[in-house]
Design a protein around this ligand. Structure first.
Ligand code: C2E
Ligand code: MG
Ligand code: MG
Length: 385
């Protein structure tokens, strides 16, 4: 008997049968489904060692299934079965890797048993998906570091501040972006220690900038879970004192990625931070949990329009309508508005025309390490954005 389990996801009966046969010859117990609908009804099926995924699944594609595997935190290694061009297949592999999945490669049609064996053999070498233990080690070994993305005034182009964004340098996997580990940190209750490490590093950097005579602001992403931590404000005060920085230049961005369970408690904590001089931003507005209720109950100073809407605002009427409405809402509530993810001059012109106050995005600068920011600043003074 074997305990190796594989799942075949394909809507073509002949391919299903053939793949199941080939996998059984490799010692797998095989289950077969014909697409995303079947998986939505039995999500536990994705908890296997190996998944063979066809790219064309009727009204869904392999990309939809890759997102589903990510949402279900599947630990499976994935082989894409592909009748499409190599370029499309490679792009799908990259998408899977970005979602933190273990992508073993492409199995082109017509299928070849020898190629399948080669791909399966890669499993031993493919890095395991990140888990809570890896993150605990990264926190212990201080493998997290920060990069900074400039934020500009849209009318005039003045630099108003930078946003600190966390990265994880892993010896095996290289630099890992937060979309691959923030949800892991939340699920494994490590988001609070992670947040403190981020704040500590950001404050230390702000103290260095201050000593060098810079006066721009610093935005730090804070997970709502931190607010519930006993002693949150005392720990915060201790860090401020250690680094000797004025809080009037610190903006705390609260992400909606996790629901704020108790709004009155969160409000009390946020007021405490605000009384100390920090400003507060609601990040990624429009994509998370109960945005309107949070906006109504919590003491925000700024509203950040999520990059999903901004990034499509110059080519998609719906995204433009949502962007316009959020900027308008911010103005009515007398909040400063910030558009994130501005990539094109068209998006910038649209946002500036709407009266959005600040902007951030690849059009101006990508996130960069602190030592590169000095160079960016030098050349930025000669550029009119
Ligand atoms: P966010 O706070 O909304 O950060 C903006 C994200 O948009 C960053 O992704 C940034 O690199 C990306 N971005 C900026 N300009 C552009 C653009 O023009 N186009 C596109 N496509 N993307 C752009 P990043 O660094 O991968 O961070 C992702 C999210 O992870 C952040 O979204 C934030 O929610 C979370 N995060 C990052 N750092 C921290 C942290 O220190 N603590 C916590 N709790 N969450 C963090
Ligand atoms: Mg942010
Ligand atoms: Mg954001």
């Amino acid at each position: 008997m074997t305990d190796k389990r594989a799942l075949v996801i394909d809507d073509d009966c002949e391919i299903q049968t053939l793949l199941a046969l080939l996998l059984e010859q490799q010692g797998y117990t095989v289950r077969v489904v014909d697409g995303l609908e079947a998986l939505a009804h039995a999500p536990e099926l994705v908890q296997v060692e190996l998944i063979l995924l066809d790219f064309h699944l009727g009204e869904f594609t392999g990309i939809d299934v890759l997102q589903f595997l990510d949402e279900k935190h599947s630990q499976a290694a994935v082989i894409l079965v592909s009748g499409c061009s190599h370029a499309v297949g490679e792009a799908a592999l990259a998408t899977g890797t970005r979602h933190g999945l273990r992508m073993l490669g492409l199995l082109p049609k017509p299928l070849r048993a020898s190629m399948l064996r080669e791909l399966i053999a890669r499993q031993d070498h493919a890095p395991r998906p990140l888990d809570a233990g890896d993150l605990a080690e990264a926190l212990r070994e201080e493998r997290l570091f920060l990069v900074y993305q400039p934020k500009l005034e849209l009318a005039g182009g003045r630099l108003v501040g930078v946003e600190a964004l966390v990265r994880w340098r892993d010896p095996l996997r290289g630099v890992i972006t937060p979309d691959r580990f923030i949800s892991l940190a939340e699920a494994s209750r490590q988001i609070v220690p992670l947040s403190w490490q981020v704040i500590e590093q950001a404050f230390a950097q702000q103290a260095r900038w201050q000593a060098a005579g810079h006066t721009f602001g610093l935005a730090i992403n804070v997970a709502p879970q931190m607010l519930y931590e006993p002693g949150c404000l005392a720990t915060f005060d201790a860090l401020v004192e250690r680094h000797g920085i004025p809080l009037t230049r610190i903006d705390l961005e609260i992400t909606e990625s996790a629901a704020i369970d108790c709004l009155s408690y969160a409000r009390q904590r946020l007021n405490g931070l605000r009384e100390r001089g920090c400003s507060l931003s609601m990040d990624d507005f429009g994509t998370g949990y109960s945005s309107m209720a949070q906006l109504y109950h919590l003491p925000f100073d700024q509203l950040k329009v999520d990059r999903t809407f901004v990034g499509a605002s110059d080519r998609c009427a719906e995204a433009r309508a949502i962007t316009t409405t959020i900027v308008e809402l911010g103005k009515r509530l007398k909040l400063r508005t910030v558009a994130e993810g501005i990539e094109t001059p068209g998006q910038r012109a649209l946002l500036e025309g709407l009266g959005c106050d600040h902007g951030q995005g690849y059009l101006f600068a990508r996130p960069m390490p602190a030592h590169q920011l000095a160079g960016w600043l030098a050349q930025y003074h000669q550029t009119v954005f």
